[in-house]
Design a protein around this ligand. Structure first.
Ligand code: P6P
Length: 328
């Protein structure tokens, strides 16, 4: 078969970012500097996750994080890797992690601190002990010139300049959007690079699959229970891994709807707005899907706190709309 070398090429994350940058004449390369730090940190985290049993870093540290959840050894290791890789990027002004109560204010806007990076360093880490896919989720915001440091990161999700996740699963997958579609990269261990495998990903409609923890059904609202009864009678299938990055990645590639609704014991929902729901919502919308918090567009929610929680209903537009028919 004759190859067309102008299209059948090998594109690394680095060259993809630089090519994207060329499209914007005022691009300074600073933004690419941040994404390369995220790439480095997540390659290191992926290595730690793969060697977890060997290096005996599975299990709990014995302390709780700011969320009141037991910290796992790899949560701490992953958090430190990201802080070290991003901390020395001189255009990063603020770093905010799920694992830390307060943000790290590294550089003022006047000192070149142009961006904030918010992240969940290792979401779903309780699954590591049983080798289920876990992931890193990140969100990048441009910092405003004025305003207080604390308020600088409390921006709506529609202000994100980039969002993405890395899934440490059967392969290490990086999914990234910078507001110009969604691109998927796979880590080629042989060359140590994330290589582009799919550009301008679009989430398919028509997949009658829902993803929710049905063990909580008694704690769901009447509307959510009505949806589940309807789905059971309309030949839906159910897929739930209990690791957001893995569940969202499957939804992105196959379609369907991922649901983490409010429950009687968590009326505000469980998932965090700033570094879980917002980045995932940007990705899903950029792929042509829909992401709501029971009716409100997630990206339009005005945040009031770094660690605030929200309900999440995201996926194929037809499947999200079908769910919302029962709940709004
Ligand atoms: P539940 C993992 O702990 C996590 O934060 C997400 O990755 C996941 O979607 C959710 O919690 C699972 O929660 O209550 O179903 O165990």
């Amino acid at each position: 078969m004759e190859h067309n070398w102008t299209s059948d090429n090998l594109t690394s994350l680095q060259s993809h970012i630089l090519a994207e940058e060329q499209k914007y004449e005022d691009a300074t390369g600073e933004f690419s500097w941040i994404l390369s730090a995220i790439s480095l940190a997540t390659k290191a985290i992926g290595n730690k996750v793969r060697c977890a049993r060997i290096e005996d870093v599975v299990g709990e540290v014995g302390s709780e994080n700011v969320q009141g959840e037991m910290q796992h050894k790899l949560d701490v290791i992953s958090n430190e890797l990201i802080l070290r890789c991003l901390g020395d990027r001189d255009n990063v002004g603020i770093l905010a992690s799920e694992e830390n109560e307060t943000p790290f204010f590294l550089r003022k806007r006047t000192e070149g601190g142009k961006y904030a990076v918010l992240f969940d360093p290792l979401d779903g880490s309780s699954n590591i002990d049983v080798s289920v896919g876990v992931g890193t989720i990140f969100s990048v915001l441009r910092l405003p010139d004025g305003g207080t440091r604390e308020d600088a990161i409390l921006q709506k999700g529609n202000k994100q300049v980039a969002a993405g996740y890395v899934l440490y699963g059967s392969s290490t997958i990086l999914v990234l959007t910078t507001g110009n579609g969604v691109n998927m990269f796979v880590l080629d261990q042989a060359i140590g690079s994330f290589v582009l495998v799919e550009a301008k990903l679009q989430i398919p409609n028509g997949n009658k699959t829902y993803s929710i923890n049905e063990a909580y059904t008694a704690r769901f609202s009447d509307g959510v229970q009505s949806y589940l009864e309807w789905a059971h009678q309309n030949n839906y299938s159910s897929r739930y891994i209990g690791s957001m990055v893995a569940d969202v990645h499957r939804t992105l590639l196959k379609g369907g709807v991922f649901i983490y609704p409010p429950t009687s014991d968590k009326p505000e929902g469980k998932l965090r707005l700033m570094y879980e729901a917002n980045p995932m919502a940007m990705i899903i919308e950029q792929a042509g899907g829909k992401a709501t918090a029971l009716g409100d567009r997630i990206l339009d929610i005005h945040p009031t706190g770094l660690h605030e929680r929200t309900s999440v209903v995201l996926g194929s537009t037809d499947q999200v709309d079908q769910f919302l028919k029962h709940t709004t």
